[in-house]
Design a protein around this ligand. Structure first.
Ligand code: DON
Length: 311
């Protein structure tokens, strides 16, 4: 099984190297603009602990919105289902940074994976803390999930987004006007920008995602969340993890997944695999062009899908 998956990963890496349509690297965060679109990496960790790596699987990149999965898990640990009074659980059908629904929906973001929702989650994680402590707690949680103490925030990326993240500041201000942000906008967006600037490799991300393939269990340390919570986080990833392209991602790939504008995607096949891919060029929806294609190839080759009995 492990050898077979490694063979599939090797084939995908070779095929991706031939692709000329690689999408466009995100430039709206200046710190991300200089990353080469030539990169491609992939890590597949099986439920049996087997690991298949390909391409730049061990090179760290900016995880950006993938951090929203771990921040959501942490916030649910703090406030449980009360979180859903402040954030919805519906796909938005809009871009990740859209403000349009917030007025009609009284400052309650559609879901925790669009930027507005993740900013509310950051506000929850900030409660009782200074921003530095809240980020420290999240980093420690991610290190624990990945069983890897080397994971850090890239301060240059955090600074770059702090200087240019006007839309996120606008979203936070707008929600604060509705009473759905409790801390100062500067502190909350500070936490949010730093969580997005965490650097991880595909291998580290796939390791951090193992609890979502194993009904809430982290293999080295045991239970992280209940099986029900893991299932629900997976459901949100499937329905909202790729913003207005979530339906297409479910159609093409059929796995819960979360993308980031750094070009990474974390995908989970419960009971089977935790997968991370990275290629910095993005499609029109802001999701990795080759990362999506690579996952589609992997799904075809393995039969892995939450909608299939074949896997
Ligand atoms: O807030 C932002 O715009 C970025 N820090 C994160 C956005 C992101 O990763 C969207 N995902 N594809």
């Amino acid at each position: 099984m492990a050898a077979q998956i490694q063979e599939i990963v090797d084939e995908i890496v070779a095929a991706m190297a031939q692709e000329s349509e690689r999408g466009d690297v995100a430039t709206y965060i200046p710190g991300l603009a200089n990353v080469s679109p030539a990169h491609f990496g992939m890590a597949v960790i099986g439920a049996d602990g087997s690991v298949a790596l390909g391409g730049d699987a061990e090179q760290p990149f900016s995880i950006q919105s993938i951090s929203k999965v771990f921040a959501l898990t942490m916030a649910l640990g703090k406030v449980g289902d009360q979180l859903w009074r402040r954030v919805g659980r519906e796909p938005s059908g809009n871009a990740f940074n859209s403000i349009v629904q917030l007025e009609a929906e009284h400052g309650i973001p559609r879901n925790p994976f669009i930027n507005a929702g993740a900013i509310v989650v950051a506000d929850v994680n900030l409660s009782g803390h200074m921003p530095r402590e809240a980020i420290g707690e999240l980093i420690r949680f991610i290190r624990f999930l990945a069983d890897d103490e080397t994971i850090v925030v890239d301060d240059a990326i955090a600074r770059s987004e702090t200087e240019t993240g006007f839309r996120n500041v606008a979203l936070a201000n707008y929600m604060r006007a509705f009473g759905n942000i409790r801390h100062s906008v500067e502190l909350v967006t500070g936490v949010y920008f730093h969580q997005c600037a965490i650097s991880m490799s595909c291998l580290q991300l796939a390791r951090a995602g193992r609890y979502l393939m194993l009904d809430g269990l982290q293999p080295e340390a045991g239970r992280v969340v209940s099986a029900r919570r893991a299932r629900r986080i997976n459901a949100l990833m499937l329905t909202c993890g790729h913003y207005d392209a979530s339906g297409d991602f479910a159609f093409r790939i059929g796995m819960p997944g979360k993308s980031g504008v750094g070009g990474g995607i974390l995908a989970v096949v419960p009971g089977k695999a935790s997968i991370a891919v990275w290629s910095p060029g993005l499609n029109a929806s802001g999701n990795s062009q080759l990362g999506t294609l690579a996952l589609e190839r992997l799904a075809q080759a393995t039969g892995w899908s939450v909608f299939s009995a074949r896997a």
